[in-house]
Design a protein around this ligand. Structure first.
Ligand code: ADP
Length: 488
């Protein structure tokens, strides 16, 4: 359930240092820990080596009871358990071959309030197929010692799809059986439709929804993906024949198709009262579009969900398309600011776009930030900003241009030597560099430069109008990040 013993980030930082000997968390790690420690279900997608394990190992130490980690690979379990034990953390693993003494000890620890066991690793089969083990998990739950369920490589649950499901409708069964236990899924490889599948299956099975995608191709892919996972989905965009479009639309109206996956072309004349969710697979081109698109949910005034999946790379897909409109880019950047904002009320941000003022108290905790408020942490990123600008400067004087991805490479000391600048190399990971570049774009320290070829549009990053200020060291750049959750 809600773990209230997590009231500030100081305990977290202390444990991070004393047990794991790590100085700072990466941004996604902190967000994930906050979410799971405040009792939310969530899925973390992070590249291999990004530091996923810490996202449950540290919360495990801060929570009462045992964190159950489902892990499909025996070698991975062994590595993690050994590494935890070397940090003096009580961790154990069980698989089909575990010997009786260990099994017995673990089973006792699971229900013993004085036991020091913090993390228990098991194979999926153990949890799915061993009734006896499941009975012990139930006892642990009843004893109030089931702190959290972690599923490593969670995409396995979806990718094995239907073969996997009959004995292993994992998340659904777990959520039903242990409703108060937060679930944390980890993966390096999930496509976002995996997440959508989970979201839909657990929150709104067989109910109506819309998923908006950036491109026609993407809407076809997502629709096909959802269909392969047993969700009745139809695809809708301008290249779908008029006849098929009207068939899909009608099927959706009469609930024989549940989810429409569409480009922004799907919109006119939709008036279905019971749309329970609108998911933006990629960001909208403006807050105004977002408002129109999400406004299709919940017309019957019943609770509905709107979700945006935001990634920086999507900005560079949208920007060449909107830059020809007079305020296109400014609108897009407002949308980006909305996505990356740390703690403002979402509804107030939308209201502001229409020149209205909505006080936070009027939100009734209906947006994620009001529902789960957090402190804002300010970080000084001047050094990284200046490194980034030096790299861009070098490129522009050499008359070459860099895409965002090339800039990140150069900062990380990768890619052609010609792009790199001595003394700018950083060990910061890509997600953090993305946060910083986003901030610099929004604050106009850098800007996009568009290049059109017959085949594609490319946007390059070049120094922006505030760049001089920063280079002469007059300006300091601070960034606002989600900090610790307030306990509510
Ligand atoms: P993943 O599971 O995402 O592939 P791991 O959890 O195995 O990655 O972590 C990869 C490495 O990064 C580990 O050696 C881990 O100790 C280290 N690590 C994780 N988080 C941090 C951090 N915040 N700062 C420094 N090192 C970290």
């Amino acid at each position: 359930g809600e773990s209230n013993d997590f009231s500030s980030s100081s305990k977290l930082k202390e444990t991070l240092k004393s047990v794991f000997k790590i100085g700072n968390l990466r941004p996604m790690q902190l967000q994930t820990m906050n979410a799971t420690l405040s009792g939310k279900d969530c899925i973390l997608i992070m590249p291999t080596g990004g530091g996923k394990s810490l996202c449950f190992q540290l919360p495990a130490l801060l929570s009462k009871g045992v964190t159950l980690v489902v892990c499909p690979l025996a070698s991975m379990m062994e590595d993690q358990v050994m590494s935890l034990q070397s940090h003096s953390v009580d961790a154990a693993m069980l698989n089909a071959g575990s010997d009786k003494d260990i099994l017995k000890k673990v089973q006792e620890d699971m229900v013993d309030h004085n036991a020091s066991l913090k993390l228990l690793y098991v194979t999926p089969e153990k949890l799915a197929k061993s009734k006896r083990f499941l009975a012990h998990v139930e006892k642990m739950y009843k004893a109030g010692r089931f702190a959290r369920l972690v599923i490593d490589e969670v995409h396995c649950c979806s990718e094995l799809g239907h073969d996997f499901r009959p004995d292993y409708k994992f998340l659904e069964i777990m959520k039903r059986q242990f409703p108060e236990v937060p679930i944390l899924g980890l993966t390096a490889t999930a496509t976002s439709s995996v997440i959508e599948d989970k979201f839909i299956d657990t929150k709104y099975p067989k109910q109506s929804g819309i998923i908006y995608t950036f491109s026609k191709k993407e809407s076809e892919e997502v629709a096909a993906d959802l269909q392969s996972r047993g969700i009745k989905a139809g695809c809708y965009h301008v290249d779908v024949s008029a006849q098929e479009r009207s068939r899909v639309h009608r099927a959706w109206i009469d609930n024989s198709v549940h989810v429409i996956v569409a480009t922004a072309a799907f919109g006119m004349g939709i008036d279905k009262p019971d749309v329970r969710f609108v998911i933006h697979h990629s960001l909208s081109k403006s807050i105004e579009s977002l408002y129109l698109e999400t406004g299709r949910a919940g017309r019957d005034e019943k609770r509905s969900h709107c979700i945006i999946y935001y990634r920086l790379q999507d900005v560079f897909r949208h920007s060449p398309l909107v830059m020809t409109e007079q305020t296109g880019l400014a609108n897009l950047y407002d949308m980006v600011a909305y996505c990356v904002d740390a703690n403002k009320c979402r509804r107030s941000l939308i209201a502001r776009t229409f020149g209205e003022v909505l006080d936070r108290s009027q939100c009734n905790r209906m947006c994620d930030h009001c529902e789960n408020p957090c402190e804002v942490e300010k970080k000084d990123i001047t050094k990284l900003c200046s490194s980034l600008l030096q790299i861009l400067d070098k490129a522009s004087t050499g008359e070459s241009k860099l895409t965002a991805s090339k800039v990140f490479d150069a900062l990380q000391g990768k890619g052609p030597a010609a792009n790199r600048v001595k003394g700018t190399e950083t060990s910061a990971d890509r997600s953090w560099l993305e946060v910083i570049l986003t901030h610099m774009l929004l604050k106009q320290y850098v800007r996009e430069d568009f290049h059109f070829t017959p085949y594609s549009n490319i946007s390059y990053i070049i120094p922006g109008k505030k760049a001089d200020l920063l280079r002469t060291g007059v300006d300091e750049v601070h960034i606002e990040l989600k900090g610790a959750r307030k306990s509510v």
